[in-house]
Design a protein around this ligand. Sequence first.
Ligand code: ADP
Length: 537
Amino acid sequence: MASSLRISRLLSRSSSSSSFFSLGGNGKLGRRVSKYSTSAAATIEEPIKPSVEVQHTQLLINGKFIDAASGKTFPTLDPRTGEVIAQVSEGNGEDVDRAVAAARKAFDEGPWPRMTAYERQKIMLRAADLIEKHNDEIAALETWDNGKPYEQSAKVEVPMLVRQIRYYAGWADKLQGHTIPADGALHVQTLHEPIGVVGQIIPWNFPLLMFAWKVGPALACGNTIVLKTAEQTPLSALYVANLFLEAGLPAGVLNIVSGFGPTVGAALASHMHVDKLAFTGSTETGKAVLQLAAKSNLKTVTLELGGKSPFIVCKDADVDQAVELAHLALFFNQGQCCCAGSRTFVHESIYDEFVAKAKARALSRVVGDPFKSGIEQGPQIDSKQFDKILGYIKSGVENGATLEAGGDRFGNKGYYVQPTVFSNVQDNMAIAKDEIFGPVQSILKYKDLDEVIHRANNTAYGLAAGVFTKDIDTANTLTRALKAGSVWVNCFDIFDAAIPFGGYKMSGQGREKGEYSLKNYYQVKAVVTPLKNPAWL
Ligand code: ADP
């Protein structure tokens, strides 16, 4: 198992050997040595200046960057300091109307759905090439706006964006219907047709990847788009969208309206001329947009929502490897992953050893300015999330969980939180039930498989699950018993372009990525023609 264990392809660039969490020749996971103390007293040095200029801050409507109708702007902040990076045009309902009108025209009259699939494919491939060429600027913008380690942006996320756009470009000319044998002398065929104008609302934790997961399949199928970025991270999508224009994407095919949820997001979800809505964000907001869609024009909705994913460490596990993988599953991206393995269930026979090692690993996590080489963890996205996370840590202590590591802010500036580990966590504690979306690991103890299956599934969520075992029978039992849209066995956070992703239960509706995502972006038309010469049937 060890040699085939891909701890995280997400963290290794296929074209390079660099990997933050790779297995060494001895089958052991590579371990970083701490360069920085994670004590509350630690200070973050003067922030490193990103080597990129902010070029696009206006709305993108009908192929042009323009001011919001109201002329208003809002600040986007650097999570390292809370200081303003740039003022960004703040859209409202009027801007959504303008963007939808442009997308409508580009769909109803414009060239996009009528172009040959090969032409659409070539534009998407050109865009992917341009994104690849500007890898480092895009990565710098992403890290500046979001706070994630630059090496993660540059070596993993921009390449994954490129890969995803190429993957869907590849599908553009392979979308085909069927001929169907029906009763009677009939020729029956299905056409797969684009849906129309699609509204897409994305969150701040993976701005580029969420852009890719939504824009890629929508364009491949011939739809036009109005996309709303998260108010915390508007910059990278505007930069990338401009590269799509440079690649030849016709005006109005991809529009971006930056702004806030209750204004821009709600206007998109309730718009009568938006035919389909794709949303990624919290379960609470997912419910709200579903209602808006139902109350307006019954547009179809796909939702990718929250999670409280179990990561199950079985009694046969190599404890060192399990500790490292569980650490990655939770702390990756500052813990800001909807699929974070945020309930670490560990078998009682190895529990104490696991907790001691998980604590040591958290204490050695390298926290600091995300532009610095070798940093594993940057700041949280904003003050709201920062306060929320510290509030959950407080509740964990008050509810009687044992604080093994961390527990406080890191440094004295920005939104850094110490990597935090709790042991003796009980299922009914808020830290075991709620999505914290931060670097807080909760380690729970279990005795047997049936018990852990029941407890793992005893949640309203069902986005992902991790299983760590050498026993094939245990793996098979767990993969079938766990109610989750992704089950990663001896790996975690594998986000290959072709692998579907989505949730059971209140973690969502529909699947993104892979072939499955295309189904969200085309409709099926059955065409029936009588056959006039049955003699040839
Ligand atoms: P989070 O709490 O992680 O920020 P949200 O679900 O609030 O998650 O945000 C995800 C996306 O949904 C963002 O782009 C946000 O602006 C948008 N959003 C927030 N509230 C609404 C709303 N009422 N209607 C539509 N979109 C919304």
